[in-house]
Design a protein around this ligand. Structure first.
Ligand SMILES: [Zn+2]
Length: 166
């Protein structure tokens, strides 16, 4: 999101050259640059001792494919804390500190996605109202349960490849 007005004082912004960043919206009243804003989301695949991965269906989402546990980061959290919190809130699993896999820009939503895998301490789900179904999948079954070309597909493949090594 590009700031046309300053969110602090409401003054219309002007473009000002900011070194390597080029033209950046600037509030002349507050004398501060207002860099483009976007949300950062975490996407996590929890896996259990048997090497199975937890995927979900959302109550409000499309029902054809399974997706990963995802959510917005909150101020003050590390990405790892947010990834663990979303897993706990959505499917009721406690996990070891999530391990970072990769980041990617979700162009359609204008969001930065930080992707993780996380080893679960137990296998019993407790679903939030946002989740209609959660299931454990073998790595091969997980690859087939997600939409081809999606970010969660990359997360499933990365997690499967890393589990093979350990
Ligand atoms: Zn201002």
């Amino acid at each position: 999101m590009r700031f046309a007005y300053c969110p602090c004082c409401g003054t219309k912004t002007v473009l000002r050259k900011m070194g390597d960043d080029g033209d950046v919206p600037y509030c002349e009243n507050c004398q501060k640059p207002l860099f483009d804003m976007f949300s950062t989301c975490v996407l996590t695949v929890a896996y259990n001792a048997a090497g199975e991965m937890a995927l979900i269906r959302q109550s409000y989402g499309q029902q054809e494919f399974f997706v990963g546990v995802a959510g917005y980061m909150k101020p003050g959290e590390t990405a790892e804390e947010a990834a663990a919190r979303e897993v706990r809130e959505e499917i009721g699993l406690t996990v070891e500190t999530p391990k970072f896999l990769f980041s990617t820009w979700h162009a359609a939503r204008g969001q930065l996605m930080l992707c993780f895998r996380a080893r679960a301490h137990s296998s019993g789900f407790r679903l939030s109202e946002e989740v209609s179904e959660a299931k454990w999948f073998s790595p091969d079954a997980a690859k087939k349960a997600v939409r081809s070309g999606s970010i969660i597909e990359r997360v499933v493949h990365s997690t499967a490849a890393l589990m093979k090594k350990t």
